[in-house]
Design a protein around this ligand. Structure first.
Ligand code: MLT
Length: 408
């Protein structure tokens, strides 16, 4: 008899964004003539930068010739891309990261979901609340939590992020082993200062814990005092793994390319207290389960760091940030308190009403899709998230409709 992994039964029936997609599909089925504007899932709308397209085409052409054709690539990614990342994203900002510490992958979602596999089952896990659901659900699937009770999974430590702490929690009083931090934050759009991140790094060093730092939205940071990487903080190499993505930066949501840094100094412990390099564990995991990202996609990603690519990526992020400003200003002028949207593509809006009711109302009356805050956790109740990834026309139209509907 084939038995199921019963931990899956603890989860809600469907993943947050799949559930929203289904609700929108049902709505469109009932109202085929209503135009719906999607500001829910953070999916980019602008095409790939020209520099990436050129590199992509040229790599596809290489695959068409026997002399330049490539089969399996290195599971860790091609060195040309790892070198470009190490130099441009880290060393140029004073963060000491080598190409060999970078693992190329097909998504930060996959990496942040998969990384928990290399840790023991009794790892005490801390997550921010509200939280990107992948960190929670993958630990539930693995069996690291109890059941769902009062809007939370038993066994997880929830780090409440709210208006009082500026949506950046302090380290907990109790020791935890694995800490998921995401800045600029999904969903709140909040950013963490150097001082705050230093507090977390100090905590992790003191407790021999590990920070899993999700920096998928770092390219949207405009305030120079905000760190882009946790490795800008002294001591972080010993206690932090960082994930990043080309998805939101360069429009790669459809072609998939991301990376995770596992520094050689990052250690895990066995029951005898002996240290083990997490780099070796992650390398073993990737080599076994993953065959790398396709060569043309990695060449396209490399082009992000060319002079033309950098300029185009800057334009892309500027465009979405301008959308974010429009959204934030419109919602604020309607009297809603907002976070994010300045160094982040997400705007976290305090509605003070049931999040799912607000979602339904916005869809019904304005034909606009948002993400209900409670979908990200208990502390998200009474909020919605609006995504700035859309065309200017849609953002303006959505804001006009919301203004009309919320005014009456
Ligand atoms: C989001 O909307 O939170 C993201 O698009 C989800 C993701 O990147 O997987």
């Amino acid at each position: 008899m084939i038995f199921i992994n019963e931990h899956y039964n603890k989860l809600k029936a469907s993943y947050l964004f799949s559930h929203i997609a289904k609700k929108v599909e049902d709505f469109q089925g009932k109202h085929p003539h209503r135009e719906v504007i999607k500001m829910g899932i953070g999916d980019v709308t602008k095409p790939l930068p020209n520099a990436c397209i050129k590199a992509f085409h040229s790599a596809v052409n290489e695959m068409a010739e026997e002399e330049t054709f490539r089969g399996y690539g290195p599971e860790q990614g091609y060195l040309f891309l790892r070198e470009a990342i190490a130099e441009n994203d880290f060393r140029s900002r004073g963060a000491d990261i080598s190409a060999e510490e970078i693992f190329i992958s097909d998504g930060a979602k996959c990496d942040t979901g998969n990384l928990q596999e290399i840790f023991s089952m009794d790892t005490r896990v801390a997550v921010q609340d509200p939280v990107y659901p992948v960190y929670v659900d993958t630990n539930v699937m693995a069996g690291r939590t109890g059941g769902w009770k009062d809007g939370r999974f038993e066994g997880l430590v929830y780090l409440e992020s709210n208006e009082e702490n500026g949506f950046v929690p302090d380290p907990p009083r109790e020791p935890v082993d694995l800490i998921y931090l995401c800045f600029p934050n999904n969903p709140t759009g909040a950013t963490a200062s150097r001082e705050k991140l230093s507090q977390w790094v100090d905590y992790a060093r003191k407790n021999n814990s590990l920070i899993l730092f999700d920096a998928a939205y770092e390219a949207f940071i405009r305030n120079d005092s905000i760190p882009h990487s946790i490795y800008e903080i002294e001591g972080a190499r010993e206690v932090a793994i960082e994930s990043r993505s080309f998805s939101k930066t360069a429009g790669f949501t459809g072609i998939r390319c991301a990376f995770t840094i596992v520094p050689y100094d990052c250690m895990g412990y066995d029951r005898e207290g002996k240290k083990h390099q997490l780099h070796a564990f992650w390398n073993r995991r990737q080599a076994t389960r993953f065959n790398g990202v396709s060569y043309p996609v990695q060449r396209a990603a490399e082009a992000v760091f060319s002079p033309e690519g950098r300029e185009e990526v800057r334009e892309l992020t500027e465009f979405y940030l301008e959308n974010a400003k429009i959204i934030r200003n419109s919602m604020s002028s309607l009297g809603y308190r907002c976070t994010g949207g300045d160094n982040s593509p997400y705007i976290w809006v305090k509605t003070e009403t049931d999040s799912w009711e607000f979602f339904d109302m916005l869809l019904e009356k304005a034909g606009v899709v948002c993400t209900p805050g409670s979908g990200f956790g208990k502390c998200g109740e009474g909020y919605i998230r609006l995504s700035a990834f859309n065309s200017r026309e849609n953002v303006e139209k959505a804001m006009e409709r919301i203004s009309l509907f919320l005014r009456y």
